[in-house]
Design a protein around this ligand. Sequence first.
Ligand code: P6P
Length: 337
Amino acid sequence: MTLINRRVQTLDEFTIQQMRNFPNATGELSGLLRDIGLAAKRVNVEVNKAGLVDILGDAGAVNVQGEEVKKLDVYANDQFMGVLRHGISCAGIGSEELDDVVIFDDEISNNSKYVCLFDPLDGSANIDVNVSIGTIFSVFRRVSPVGQPATKDDFLQAGVKQVAAGYVIYGSSTILVYATRRGVNGFTLDPSIGEFTLSHPDIKCPPAGKIYSVNHGNFFQYEEAVKDYITVCQKKDKTSGGPYTQRYIGSMVSDVHRNLIKGGIFMYPAIKDRPEGKLRLMYECNPCAFILEVAGGKATDGEQRILDKVPTHIHERTPFFTGSKLMMEELESYLNK
Ligand code: P6P
């Protein structure tokens, strides 16, 4: 008799089980996360063969960020927008690849409780050189009346209002990590069954670590306090909780994920050419900040908690520091001097 391995829990089974903990849950959030998992599987197929087909290279278009859009960015954006538009759980989306939010405005979507923001393929400059890339997503409950089309205000909420957030990393394996207020869980794609399966239950960020992630090429453009902290990281030894190692992939999801699991700190500070920073608040920093805080870490813009920032437009940038609680507190002791 074949024993069914019930230890392996798929993303779908997990989200349904989570629903059981909320008797009055409608299942919409579970449905939304399943839709995101489906789109991620489709993107994963294309990312995995990107080197083989003419899906590499620039699509010729330039996105709202002024960056050349690679075909895989466009494909990923279309996949996530497509599953959510045709699902029953999302009233509209914002995306790094779209100039403005897209309100789905059909009867079913207008009756959905949530809106989503995406970076469909973060780190896309790494596509052509086989470095891991990822999708980042953020989920808000609408503030506009359900039954009517979503509005811009549904998207421009402080990160503390997120009901869920997560990322997918298309790397040595494909992992989907998402957080709700109840915890952070990671699901690794099992190609043999084509399902995301629970591989990292209840992720907690170690309170301290020995990894610092920053682009040293910008060192002399950072403010003095940041330079002082980086220098302290370089001088750590066994007597001061080190030695530290510097790890920087240039794909935020991968750097943040490694530091979430192993402990560490990721920094993308403001620089003279970019006083507002490079990373996007709504669909890069807010989701990662939500995940890190639920897992016991911290995330700031150098002055305030990321999740407290009230956005003014969906593509706004912010300086970003996130990671292990004790490392963040040491950084803040320099920033607050
Ligand atoms: P830099 C990728 O383009 C990205 O948006 C993040 O994923 C990454 O952390 C950052 O930019 C890298 O930027 O300026 O260090 O190359």
